[in-house]
Design a protein. Structure first.
Length: 134
């Protein structure tokens, strides 16, 4: 599993789009993820649709219909606003996310993004924005 936060800054306007990326590799049958759950800046539980849930190059799967168990990969992405990231950064324990799998919770994927990662990204974005206005 690999999770990280990305920022995409428009060089002309300085507008920034933030995204959380989750890559996973697992053994089993195809999974379907379409929602991520997390606490918002006020502590309320949010269920947000993913922007993307893409399957990887699953050439290691011997079954061309992907009906059986094999090694599979996915990339999950969702957008998040800067205010939410700044609030998540203040949580000492980190920002907990749950990518929702099957209705019974069997394939749910829980991750935590540590505050230092969010802080480092926001500092880099702030520094970059300062060069745009200079």
């Amino acid at each position: 599993f690999d999770s990280h936060v990305e920022a995409h800054v428009d060089k002309r306007t300085g507008e920034t789009r933030f995204e959380v990326h989750q890559s996973l590799r697992y053994w089993g049958s195809q999974r379907l993820y379409d929602t991520v759950h997390f606490a918002d800046r006020d502590g309320n539980l949010v269920a947000q649709r993913l922007d993307h849930a893409r399957r990887g190059d699953d050439t290691m799967c011997p079954n061309s219909d992907f009906n059986g168990d094999c090694a599979l990969t996915m990339k999950l992405v969702f957008s998040v606003d800067e205010t939410q990231l700044r609030a998540a950064m203040t949580r000492a324990e980190g920002w907990d996310l749950k990518f929702k799998g099957r209705p019974n919770g069997r394939d749910d994927l829980r991750i935590r993004i540590v505050p230092a990662e969010i802080e480092g990204l926001l500092l880099a974005v702030d520094d970059y924005r300062a060069t745009l206005s200079a």
